[in-house]
Design a binder for this molecule. Structure first.
Ligand SMILES: *Cc1c(COP(=O)(O)O)cnc(C)c1O
Length: 412
């Protein structure tokens, strides 16, 4: 519920449960069974079994299949949730655990979230209709895609979309100011659904176990993760620490190459983010590297089982076209970066079975993909219905007093 500790660091588990026994019998188990066993091992101090079962039932409610592309290359499709991106797993699980925790209080909890697109919609859908919790999303006017904006602004009930005349950084600053505003916090309860909340990483470890069960191989396994803030890959490393036999991780990035350069130069130099066609990965100073270094202690240890490479937009486009033409599989730009990293690793490690994470559905990025493949991308039903709905947002200037007035009037 805290999101971040007061000392500005990040939460890490004191103790990591061992799930080697789960791994042995894992092929007999369903995704929900696997998720329950892991969730119970981390939540049982605070939640009853029946509550954990309920959280899993409501949040792990869509599949994540492993699809073979060719030979030893497989994709884990994480985009079958309501907003068609992997962030649905973390957001839904966090929403259900928080729902359980607030139901014992009489005051409503207000979640403030600044978004550049994907995070806001996953959080909004995750918390939609959750009792006792409001979600207030701040997004930069004119700077999110049409589909993303519709996903943010067409829910009602407990979801409120504020369209800010400013940039993503302005939105984030308004949220930060609200957290520092003592007067505001005396009157209303606020929390964050920030991506560095550990509650979002826990459920992401579940699907690594499930993917292992479905891969069903005796070979060594390498997993490539298209990475931005490095949360998804951290969840994979946590799964490995719990006993999942993954031999090697590949952090595949776009031109935001802070981590690939860290591994070659051995010094970490944060950068300003630059914009690319895989925009959910445009991060110049990935927060979760602190967690990864906490686990591995130093860069030499890290490099034994972790590689990181960056790829340009033109390589990403080329890979989308090549994969469609040769294997009839359509990738979104983020997943394409993941495949590029895996292919690079497998060039010198043929003996491995390779898995890369498919983090978004291609239809979500149709505007980028259609010119590359010279075809129209088929829209899934869930997106079609969103596009036809009416946008409901509240216009806000980039002005903190206006923002706090809004919060106090509406939620006090
Ligand atoms: C957020 C996001 C990523 C990056 O995930 P991190 O956990 O931040 O590394 C990759 N692909 C898509 C589609 C995303 O939305």
């Amino acid at each position: 519920m805290n999101g971040l500790p007061d000392d500005n660091g990040l939460y890490m588990p004191n103790e990591i449960p061992n799930h080697e026994r789960l791994v042995k019998g894992i092929r007999e188990l369903s995704f929900k069974d696997i998720s329950f066993v892991i969730a119970k091992s981390v939540l049982s101090d605070d939640f009853k079994d029946s509550e954990i079962e309920d959280i899993i039932d409501k949040s792990i409610s869509f599949d994540s299949p492993v699809v073979n592309i060719n030979e030893n290359i497989n994709i884990l499709e994480l985009f079958h949730g309501p907003t068609l991106a992997f962030k649905d797993f973390g957001a839904r699980f966090m929403a259900r655990t928080m729902e359980n925790a607030v139901s014992s209080k009489d005051k409503e909890l207000n979640i403030l979230v600044a978004t550049s697109g994907d995070t806001g919609s996953a959080v909004a859908h995750g918390f939609y209709d959750v009792e006792g919790i409001n979600v207030i999303i701040l997004y930069p006017s004119g700077k999110v895609s049409n589909i993303q904006e519709k996903q943010l602004t067409t829910l009602d009930k407990n979801i409120f979309a504020l369209e800010v005349a400013g940039t993503f950084d302005d939105c984030q600053n308004l949220v930060k100011q609200a957290f520092l505003d003592k007067k505001l916090r005396k009157n209303i309860d606020v929390s964050s659904a920030n991506s560095i909340n550990i509650a979002r990483l826990i459920p992401q470890s579940f699907y690594y176990f499930n993917a292992y069960a479905k891969l069903n191989t005796r070979k060594k396994i390498a997993v490539s993760v298209p990475s931005g803030n490095f949360g998804n890959i951290t969840a994979g490393i946590l799964a490995k620490l719990m006993g999942l036999p993954i031999e090697h991780f590949i952090a595949s990035t776009n031109n935001n190459k802070t981590v690939p350069e860290f591994l070659t130069k051995n010094i970490y130099v944060p950068k300003k983010s630059i914009s690319t066609i895989s925009n959910a990965m445009d991060v110049g100073d990935p927060s979760n590297m602190k967690r990864i270094l906490d686990i591995y202690k130093n860069v030499e240890n890290l490099k034994k089982e972790f590689s990181s490479w960056s790829f340009t937009d033109s390589e990403t486009k080329e890979c989308i076209l090549h994969t469609l033409q040769n294997y009839s599989y359509l990738l979104d730009p983020h997943s394409s970066v993941g495949l590029l990293g895996l292919r690079k690793f497998l060039e010198s490690h043929e003996e491995f079975e390779g898995l890369f994470l498919g983090t978004a559905h291609p239809a979500k990025f149709a505007d980028i993909i259609e010119p590359i493949i010279s075809e129209t991308v088929k829209m899934p039903e869930s997106l079609k219905s969103v596009i036809d709905k009416e946008k409901k947002s509240i216009a806000l200037n980039n002005d903190y007093d206006e923002f706090s007035d809004y919060l106090l009037t509406k939620f006090k």
